[in-house]
Design a protein around this ligand. Structure first.
Ligand SMILES: *Cc1c(COP(=O)(O)O)cnc(C)c1O
Length: 424
């Protein structure tokens, strides 16, 4: 491994020691903790180098061959490479790699297909959907008529018969499948059949699972959904950014919505890093990584179940576990805070039909992408479950010294799994 960290920070240390120190401390934190936030990962040094490159200097509003600024000899090639790799990896006719992040990518899709006030049907936030799927506090809920669907209370899963019934009653112009806290396989084909029946556009938002789709560990929405949006920084393991993919018929509408509809100049350094990440995702080893994420999640789910944790839907098919702490008699927030103090980083999360408040809900969301990137495997998941269990018990008994003890054990454990771009 090259020493990219020092190469990237030597000038920073001299020019701005305060920021350099904070980056160093964040590197230590990311290295010493078990990071289980389901939307996070560790990118490669190659991705980091592209992100930190001179491409950040360049303005390039427009698309390759049709820019509003001169000097695009190399930027056009960078963006065309990213697009070609996205199309190849996901089998899509068209890809737009310019969205600044997942939220603006989704807003661009609304802009391409809907007018303000039109009806959109996405999964409710407290059922596992995303803010941008029509939640009331989001522009997508304020400017559009949102009719959210839910999961079944008894199974914790989407019931496509219920979704179809709601769609027939509400006649949405767009339906969205995907979300941020869905532990189960998404039936893209089933959603597509409903969307077709009610004449709605189907958007599959694969932000969380894009790496699993690319690695063959989750079915693909391509060929079923009209449009696919994704972030590039979650399981896909690229820089913070996003893409929108679609068939040829919708290409123009999507491109126009991203630019000039919603954005100005693309972030070319990010585009280059997306291209690098897509190349990495096309390697043989990436499908091993994707499969291991799921194996780890299943192992962790089982190890938690054995220790008396209730899991929404009873387990997981992907990278994500949603634990309901009701029976453990502790709120999600105090549990997450205690876990963080003990070296396990995750987030509190609502569970479907939560009876507690959104800022102190009943659940914990747990993801295995980042630990899988570090090389952890099933036996490690059993150890992690044992630590989680000890932390919850210690938090309930208010034994803070036990949290310190566990944090020290975890620091030691993490030394065996170095992270890219930082060293002790
Ligand atoms: C993370 C996420 C987004 C938003 O991405 P940002 O980059 O945070 O704006 C959108 N949709 C889903 C399903 C997500 O999980």
């Amino acid at each position: 491994m090259t020493d990219a960290y020092e190469a990237l920070t030597a000038d920073l240390a001299a020019a701005d020691p305060e920021i350099e120190r904070l980056i160093e401390e964040e590197g230590r934190r990311e290295s010493e903790k078990i990071r289980l936030i389901a939307s996070e990962n560790y990118v490669s040094e190659a991705v980091m180098e592209a992100t930190g490159s001179i491409l950040t200097n360049k303005y390039s509003e427009g698309y390759a061959g049709r820019r509003y600024y001169e000097g695009q000899q190399y930027i056009d090639q960078v963006e065309e490479l990213a697009i070609a790799r996205a199309k190849e990896l996901f089998g899509a006719d068209h890809a737009n790699v310019q969205p600044y992040s997942g939220s603006p990518a989704n807003l661009a899709v609304y802009m391409a297909f809907l007018k303000p006030g039109d009806t959109v049907m996405g999964m409710a936030l407290d059922m596992g959907g995303h803010l941008t799927h029509g939640h009331t506090v989001s522009a997508t809920g304020k400017w559009f008529n949102s009719v959210p669907y839910r999961v079944r209370k008894d199974t914790g899963r989407v019931d496509l018969d219920e979704v179809a019934e709601l769609a027939r009653a509400e006649r949405p112009k767009m339906m969205i499948c995907g979300g941020t806290a869905i532990p189960r396989t998404i039936d893209f084909e089933g959603f597509a059949a409903i969307a077709r029946e009610v004449d709605a556009v189907l958007l599959a938002d694969i932000a969380h699972i894009a790496g699993l789709v690319a690695g063959g560990a989750h079915p693909t929405p391509v060929g079923h959904a009209d449009v696919v949006s994704t972030t590039t920084h979650k399981t896909l393991r690229g820089p913070r950014g996003a893409m929108v993919m679609c068939d040829a018929a919708h290409a123009k509408a999507i491109d126009k919505a991203v630019f000039p509809g919603l954005q100005g100049g693309p972030h070319n350094h990010t585009t280059a890093a997306i291209a690098v990440a897509l190349r990495e995702a096309a390697q043989e080893s990436f499908s091993g990584y994707a499969a291991q994420i799921v194996k780890n999640a299943k192992a962790l789910a089982e190890a938690l179940s054995e220790r008396g944790f209730d899991l929404v839907s009873g387990g997981t098919d992907n990278h994500l576990i949603l634990a309901d702490l009701t029976r453990k008699e502790i709120g999600g927030k105090p549990a997450a805070k205690a876990l963080d103090a003990a070296g396990i980083e995750l987030n509190f999360n609502a569970v479907p039909y939560d009876t507690r408040k959104p800022f102190d809900p009943s659940g914990l969301r747990i993801g295995t992408a980042a630990v899988t990137t570090r090389g952890m495997t099933e036996p490690d998941m059993d150890r992690i479950a044992a630590w989680i269990d000890r932390v919850i018990a210690a938090a309930k008994a208010e034994k803070e010294s036990e949290l310190d003890t566990i944090a020290a054990e975890i620091r030691e454990f993490c030394k065996s799994y170095p992270i890219p771009g930082w060293h002790a």
